[in-house]
Design a protein around this ligand. Sequence first.
Ligand SMILES: [Mg+2]
Length: 264
Amino acid sequence: MLGAIIGDIVGSRFEFENVATPGFKLFSPDCSYTDDTICTIAIADAAMNHREYKDALVDWCSRYLDPMGGYGGRFLKWLQSADHLPQASYGNGSAMRVSPIGWLYDDFHQMQDEAMKTALPSHCHREGIRGAQCVATLIYWLRTVRITKDEVIGTVKQTFGYDIPDLKEVYRLGNEGHFDATCQETVPAAISCFLDSNNFEDAIRTAILAQGDTDTKGAICGSIAEAYYEIPEEMITKAYEYLPADMLEIVDQFYTTLQGHIKR
Ligand SMILES: [Mg+2]
């Protein structure tokens, strides 16, 4: 989950205003957590503390109603609606928030079922569900059976039907000013960035240099990279400086839960 949070914070200042260039500073005063972090915290809280995903999303997003970059228009409407009826979105929001599920469940089918449930409140379109399940499953495969990078493209294609684009194609679109906002575009692009990386920091940098929805590509790529690489201690320390106390409590609970539960 910290992989997602770090990707979000580092990518936050490049989503709308600045353009990331090679060698960019990872953490600056212009960075902040955004909706990706808030929703990731909500999903972890729900899964660990036996809350409904919908209730936790509404609770956490209402606590932080105006984060840097705001919320997507449809999500905000859903958030502020009286009844929070399921919404058939295929935006990349279901994939950016799902990472805790790939870690918290050791049974494969339960993990996939929970990943689907995290999408249902606001992203119940089949593409919204597919994006969430793919990210959680890839994290699960990387941390349990340790699939290799060479196996990722074929396994993701076979299980989820995504074609993982070449990184050059991802960069070409980003450099043309194209903004990716859907699961079916951001998830394969973030996987492509992960596959091209050499370590955790490089994965984050590769995703953010791809431009477009930088914080969400950073969050998804970072969440996958966490299952494959060690996160440098100094990046964790830096990210903690941006998080309010109630979010840190959930992060601490998450990693306390995983100790003894997960072999890394
Ligand atoms: Mg965001």
